[in-house]
Ligand binder design. Structure first.
Ligand SMILES: O=C(O)[C@H](O)[C@@H](O)[C@H](O)[C@H](O)COP(=O)(O)O
Length: 225
């Protein structure tokens, strides 16, 4: 089930996320969100981090991570710590994916254990999509793609041939184990990717199709110019 919201803004997306977190806190006492890296979430983080929530009851996890040091410019942990977990959101807990292992494959069991310890379903996932139709770090050309789409594990190590760094990613089953999925789509190129993803074709060519074609977890497309 996919719902499209047009004329989205970082503020309107932050409103939706903030409302979901507040509802989770009111109903269950805590809230759990997994967020993507990349450029798209940054203005949303900026709009979200000052919202008057009880952030001490919020846990922030990652959708994916590049296997680099947490202070590396490409680290999603660094991005989340510097762009989201400040202001009021500094009170939130954070669950990194990166650990001390030398590579993503070696780090996957520790990451899996850390993410298995989180409550499920997640309350909300802020997903991303690349212009090639990847989502999280489920890349079309990655040798681990099929496993990432099929395994019951929550996390998988991925070595995308065409993108920098080894990755740790939530699997499709982990992404779908969420109460709701928010997917911002911004700009003409991403809108074209989204339209292509809606057309018939294999999931392996555009992994975002696996999220858009399922009916169990509500997906909200927040579309902006
Ligand atoms: O690379 C990561 O860390 C991501 O989580 C990735 O899946 C991202 O969401 C897309 O590549 C879109 O990235 P942009 O928002 O920068 O276009």
């Amino acid at each position: 089930m996919t719902t499209e919201h047009s004329h989205a803004t970082p503020a309107s997306i932050a409103d939706a996320i903030g409302q979901a977190l507040a509802t989770a806190i009111a109903e269950r006492g805590t809230a759990l969100i997994a967020v993507s890296g990349g450029r798209s979430p940054i203005p949303i983080f900026h709009a979200l981090r000052s919202r008057p929530l009880d952030w001490s009851r919020v846990t922030v996890a990652l959708v994916d991570e590049r296997w680099v040091a947490p202070d590396h410019p490409d680290s999603n942990e660094r991005l989340v710590r510097s762009e989201l977990l400040v202001d009021r959101a500094a009170a939130a807990a954070f669950v990194p994916m990166k650990n001390a292992a030398a590579d993503a494959r070696g780090g996957q069991p520790g990451c899996e254990a850390a993410y298995r310890a989180l409550p499920r379903p997640l309350d909300i996932i802020l997903l991303g999509m690349g212009e090639d139709g990847h989502t999280a770090s489920l890349f079309p050309d990655a040798p681990e793609l099929r496993a990432g789409l099929e395994t019951d594990a929550l996390t998988i190590a991925v070595t995308p041939p065409a993108a920098p760094h080894q990755r740790l990613s939530l699997t499709l089953s982990a992404i779908l184990a969420s109460r709701r999925i928010i997917l911002p789509i911004s700009g003409a190129a991403k809108r074209a990717t989204y339209q292509a993803a809606l057309s018939p074709g294999p999931v392996e060519a555009m992994p975002i199709r696996a999220v858009l074609r399922q009916g169990g977890t509500p997906v909200e497309l927040w579309i902006s110019d």
